[in-house]
Design a protein around this ligand. Structure first.
Ligand code: COA
Length: 282
């Protein structure tokens, strides 16, 4: 039986190396309940090691991508109730793990396919994904100020990492909603596309990523993320070591393959075309 067959709040679809994970509480605009947090952690952990998953797409069922934390089930029911203290701690831990640590460090490329509303706590997994493409009509909002709380969890940090200082302050403090094109302008997402093109554009990117050397993609992702918080000297050392690790891990020998195709057979020029990779395992 597939690991996801018993989930109540999460759908998983796997096809040709591309796995789509859908938050599935459309009647609550995919707000994150404690149960959803636990299922998502289980799901992401399983997919990390899943050999058939080469690219991960994260999306939402219905009109929302994710309306943030479930204000009723997560906050009102769990907070301040000593009987639910353990459940609260567990749910917070599960949420923090999947939304940031597991997703940000996921060993394969991840794409947020933002089909609709994206609010509050959902900004954490939005920024944790490597790529984000939204429908033009998708509505984003840091609504926390309206509830008398701050963009907590990791939302404020995620905003600071993804967008410039002025936009981070403006949208966090005012709580004003904005749409896909504005999210693209500020660099919160890569691209905003017409609603009816969303799936197609995301699949184009997913297929491109799926065709690349997985070890080179993994190491490149780690290189960009790890060096964000390093000094120049630390980065230099780290990147030399990372390249060594990549050469060791890469069963395809992507480096010698690529150089040979360019220098010896002259069958490939990176400026003109995608790399015609010789896969090791088909
Ligand atoms: N927590 C709990 N329930 C939520 C929710 C949330 N974050 N977001 C939506 N819901 C629930 C609504 O209470 C409603 O439940 P009901 O049918 O039992 O009354 C249901 O989802 C549908 O919401 P509704 O507001 O009727 O849908 P809409 O399509 O008109 O509007 C939103 C969608 C997302 C704009 C609106 O629901 C909203 O503003 N939600 C709050 C988002 C937010 O501030 N999130 C930050 C939390 S940190």
């Amino acid at each position: 039986m597939a690991f996801y067959s018993n989930y109540k709040n999460v759908l998983v679809d796997m096809e040709d190396g591309i796995t789509t994970v859908t938050l599935n509480r459309p009647e609550k605009r995919n707000a994150m309940s404690p149960e959803l947090e636990e299922e998502m952690l289980d799901c992401i952990l399983n997919l990390e090691g899943d050999r058939d998953t080469h690219v991960l797409i994260l999306t939402g069922a219905g009109s929302a991508w994710c309306a943030g934390m479930d204000l009723d089930l997560f906050f009102r029911e769990l907070e301040g109730n000593p009987e639910n203290a353990v459940k609260h701690v567990r749910a917070e831990w599960a949420g923090h793990q999947w939304k940031w640590h597991r997703l940000y460090n996921f060993p394969k490329p991840t794409i947020a396919m933002v089909n609709g509303y994206c609010f509050g706590g959902a900004f954490t997994q939005l920024v944790a994904c490597d790529f984000a493409i939204a429908a033009d009509s998708a509505v984003f909002g840091l609504s926390e100020v309206n509830w008398g709380v701050i963009p907590g969890g990791l939302v404020s940090k995620a905003m600071n990492m993804a967008v410039n200082y002025r936009d981070a302050l403006y949208y966090s403090i005012t709580g004003k909603p904005f749409k896909g094109p504005e999210a693209a302008r500020m660099g919160l997402i890569n691209e905003s596309v017409p609603d009816d093109k969303l799936r197609e554009e995301v699949m184009n990117l997913a297929r491109h990523l799926e065709a690349l050397n997985p070890e080179a993609v993994r190491a490149t992702k780690q290189a960009i993320k790890a060096t964000r918080d390093m000094t120049v000297d630390q980065s230099h050392e780290y990147l030399i070591a990372k390249n060594g690790q990549l050469a060791h891990r890469d069963a395809e020998g992507g480096y010698s393959q690529g150089i040979s195709k360019f220098i010896d057979s002259k069958s490939y020029r990176p400026g003109f075309e995608a790399y015609p990779r010789d896969k090791v395992n088909g």
